[in-house]
Design a protein around this ligand. Structure first.
Ligand code: HEC
Ligand code: HEC
Ligand code: HEC
Ligand code: HEC
Length: 480
């Protein structure tokens, strides 16, 4: 989270200077750095939630969903969407062909309507029940829809598609005036005009802010000729200055002094004439901007993070809370690891006989038990693809529990559990039943499992709401 607080301060003060007439957008990929974040609580997820909270205090008009934002799964994003975070994407659908986010937002600035829409690139992570439609399938009709609402305004696309795709879109869709890309490995990209689309990007994850100032004309066409020429001239001047400096640093070559002097003079002359040309061009550009030409004009700036920026106080507070939560999480993870020490034990055979054997004499109880989540506990892991995770297995299987602890088991045992024990079965609560099954009268089982049995699995970490009496009622097998 290095520098986040200064960054936020800077964005806030920049947007304060320009509020009434400005549109604040982010082209996405701001939550995660990795392409796939494992399920379950982690530092990366806590940090991402904090980023959302902090960005919420800025008041963005739109934030595009990028593939790196999807790295934690769609559910994660939807939670922040429900919290009124302005995510947009026009090509993320659920299996019923419904859009998961708003496709675009519209804002009026100086009588000009501005529509911002977003196209999301496909994430590396596999998403369940959600898919990213190819932009080709939706863009033509989407633009028609936008144009119907916004006949004369500006259209901005926030895109996390590939460079190649962005170039094609810029070439083929003149209606899109500005395309801001979100390439994860690219820095600032000065606006490049393709047909009538300005293609640009700022460095990732808020390292820079890009400021695009637009003066509206009437034609909806960019007239940035003098701007572009000016930039070219400034580039040439830069390279001449560089050559000059290089030459001047070298000592005069003894044999070829005349040629050396000549080169220096030539470069000095060129420098002078370029400087003069730049001045004229500057005036021309200013005139173009102020003279109410038919065309839209723009200037741009990339603003790096200034070291002397103060911190944003609310962000500091949120980061403080985050650090506390991360510490708590790490402590819990450590605790869970020690709690799972049992799997390093040596026992290599199981005495449990499984629920089917019990069901032969206790059918009513078996039918009831099958309706509880205990019967599906292993299945739950299976659907999460965690059925081979020894950190999860013990609490989602039938285990022998004595005095509030799992009986020791070798790790390979827990990974090769027989199917009949793949659930939190009868013997977890009532005790091992092999002898009872052959002679029920002589070998009685526990009727009411004590709370320490439940608490072996229903730890604070996995069930922060365990009230023995209330929960016992829910799992009590019926009499008879
Ligand atoms: C061969 C039939 C049979 C099998 C198999 C069997 N039971 Fe029983 N179980 C009985 C009988 C009969 C009683 C009643 C014994 C009594 O009241 O003396 C009983 C009683 C119980 C009780 C009540 C204990 C009490 O104190 O009231 C529980 C709990 C129980 N069985 C659980 C199980 C479990 C768990 C399994 C499987 C591991 C199992 N039984 C397998 C026949 C069986
Ligand atoms: C071996 C670990 C383990 C033990 C022991 C255990 N549970 Fe559970 N319990 C679980 C797991 C795992 C789930 C969630 C299963 C799922 O949804 O996949 C669960 C779910 C539950 C639920 C939700 C059930 C439902 O159908 O809604 C209740 C209530 C519950 N347990 C109560 C108890 C009580 C009371 C005890 C002690 C008598 C107990 N559990 C013992 C692991 C255990
Ligand atoms: C210390 C015991 C324990 C361990 C270890 C454990 N669980 Fe659970 N798990 C439980 C209990 C208890 C419940 C039921 C909680 C409730 O009813 O609220 C549960 C419920 C669940 C549920 C369903 C309820 C939900 O929260 O959506 C899932 C999914 C789950 N666990 C996945 C996992 C995974 C994945 C792991 C390994 C990373 C794991 N569990 C490790 C005890 C455990
Ligand atoms: C999560 C714990 C749990 C699991 C798992 C569980 N039971 Fe029970 N069982 C209970 C509780 C609690 C009672 C009620 C005890 C009481 O009445 O005080 C009970 C009661 C019983 C009784 C006695 C019913 C009577 O006549 O009063 C039998 C028999 C029984 N269970 C069998 C089973 C069998 C068979 C299974 C597996 C198919 C099973 N239980 C799974 C918790 C469990």
């Amino acid at each position: 989270m290095g520098g986040l607080s200064k960054k936020i301060f800077q964005i806030k003060s920049l947007s304060k200077e320009n509020t009434a007439n400005s549109l604040l957008v982010d082209s996405g990929n701001l939550l995660f750095k990795q392409t796939n974040i494992a399920d379950g609580p982690s530092q990366a997820r806590l940090a991402a939630s904090t980023i959302v909270e902090v960005y919420k205090t800025i008041g963005f008009d739109a934030v595009a969903v990028g593939p790196l934002d999807l790295a934690g799964g769609v559910l994660f994003l939807q939670q922040s969407k429900n919290d009124n975070f302005p995510w947009i994407s026009a090509n993320i659908f659920n299996e019923n062909e419904q859009l998961l986010f708003k496709p675009f937002v519209t804002k009026t600035i100086q009588d000009r309507e501005i529509t911002v829409f977003a196209l999301s690139g496909a994430p590396k992570r596999a998403l369940s029940d959600v898919y990213i439609k190819p932009w080709e399938d939706i863009l033509p009709s989407l633009l028609q829809r936008i144009r119907k609402k916004n006949r004369n305004g500006l259209i901005v696309l926030l895109s996390s598609l590939s460079d190649k795709e962005n170039q094609v879109i810029a070439k083929e869709y003149k209606d899109i005036h500005v395309l801001v890309s979100a390439h994860p490995r690219k820095g600032n990209v000065a606006p490049q005009l393709i047909n009538n689309t300005l293609l640009t990007q700022t460095a990732k994850q808020g390292k820079h802010q890009g400021l695009l100032e637009i003066t509206f004309g009437s034609s909806r066409l960019w007239g940035q000729n003098s701007q572009k020429k000016l930039a070219d001239l400034q580039n040439s001047l830069g390279s001449i200055n560089w050559q000059l400096q290089r030459l001047l640093k070298k000592s005069k070559p003894s044999g070829n002094a005349a040629k050396y002097e000549k080169t220096i003079t030539r470069l000095e002359d060129e420098k002078k004439s370029l400087a003069a040309e730049i001045n004229t061009m500057k005036d021309q550009a200013d005139e173009e901007r102020n003279g109410g030409t038919k065309e839209d004009n723009f200037t741009y700036r990339f603003i790096g993070l200034k070291k002397n920026m103060p911190n944003d106080q609310r962000t500091d507070e949120k980061i403080h809370t985050l650090n506390q939560e991360v510490r708590k999480l790490n402590a819990r993870l450590k605790q869970a690891k020690t709690a799972n020490r049992h799997i390093t034990g040596a026992k290599s055979s199981l005495s449990l006989i499984g629920h089917n054997a019990c069901g032969e004499c206790h059918e009513k109880q078996k039918i009831f038990w099958e309706s509880t989540r205990h019967a599906k506990a292993y299945n739950t892991l299976l659907t999460k693809n965690k059925n081979l995770d020894t950190n999860c297995l013990p609490c989602h299987l039938s285990m022998e529990i004595t005095k509030g602890a799992f009986a020791p088991l070798a790790p390979n045992m827990i990974l090769s559990y027989p199917e009949k024990l793949q659930s939190v079965g009868c013997e977890t609560c009532h005790g091992i039943g092999n002898k009872h099954s052959t002679d029920p009268e002589q070998f009685k089982l526990v009727l009411t499992p004590a709370s320490d049995i439940c608490l072996t699995c229903h730890t604070d970490e996995h069930d922060d709401n365990f009230i023995y009496k209330e929960k016992l009622e829910k799992v009590s097998c019926p009499a008879g």
